[in-house]
Design a protein around this ligand. Sequence first.
Ligand SMILES: Cc1ncc(COP(=O)(O)O)c(C=O)c1O
Length: 372
Amino acid sequence: MTQSGAVRSVPLSRVEIDDEIRARVIAAVDSGQYILGPECKALEKELAASLDRQHAVLLANATAGLMLTLDALGVGSGDEVLVPAHTAFPTIEAIFQSGARPVFVDIDESYCLDPSWLEPRITARTRAIVPVHLYGHPCDLDAITDVARRHGLFVLEDCAQAQGAGWRERKVGSFGVAGVLSFYPSKNLPTLGDGGAVVTDDEGLARKLRMLRDHGRKEKLTHDVVGWNLRFNEIQAAATRVLLRRLDASNEGRRRVAARYAELLKGLPLGLPHEAKNAHHVYHLYVVRTPERDALQKHLKAAGVGTGIHYPVPNHLQPATLGRAGVRSEALPRTEAACREILSLPCFGSMRDDEVAYVAQAVREFFATKGA
Ligand SMILES: Cc1ncc(COP(=O)(O)O)c(C=O)c1O
């Protein structure tokens, strides 16, 4: 992190596009191959290797990855999937699209699925657990995989916000039957638009996913099953290959930003993120917490600081969920309290020290006006 000119505004996130990426994109354009060609094949190999898995299957986005994996595993109508309500709606949408029903569980102090909620909610219909490594923090994978093993459930990891995060010695995405990645532009590993992938060691699952993403075919004109068009493309794969090589450095940048915020925001009446024992956090989002969230957000906006609320309406209370038949509703006290108080501050790998200092100063000013 270096200093540069006077900071007047800081975005919530920023993708760094440079000449190397532009050159790779132009080369892909000039190649004349646009869908699932050599760049995609190379990226699939590199992604699988980076997460110590046998296979990676590129897709149009992570929502598709969750939906197609549930489908390929045979999870569907009448089945139940345990999932935290505190996640991006697409996690839940994919479960609905598969035909299964989400069974919502609450979160722990790291904002991830609280494993103690799982066992009491397992029924004869439960087939899978979808832990969401939210904000870049891994779920407690010891406890989750233990429950899954004892009850014969699939673990499908939603790693959309946590590429590169770790639990003990391993990266997230390498614990369950499969892990789902998102390359949405604000994610830790972005692409130039939408994109995603599923990583797995299960060859049969990878084969089914390759068919489902491409109209249910293995060969050009023979369609074995009814699938979808959810393929990835060469131009975006070319850019993402470069960004994958930079992922570890970028995640280290995010960790430096988080450490600096922790110093600069110390002593304020503000909840700061924490990193659990055994966890390697990659700070997709730097989420602070205060009952004065809305006023703080307004103050930061006036100072030119981009913020976000991830998420203001928990998924068990979303209109789309409340309108679905058969979804059990249960109060989720930690989730509901968090949704009222959380605020995401700018955090990205290339964020400079003067930008971090600017945001922290603006937060301090807010509390100074309150006499804190
Ligand atoms: C936790 C989580 N899961 C799934 C998704 C869906 O990702 P995509 O936009 O690539 O479909 C997102 C993206 O917002 C997410 O944050």
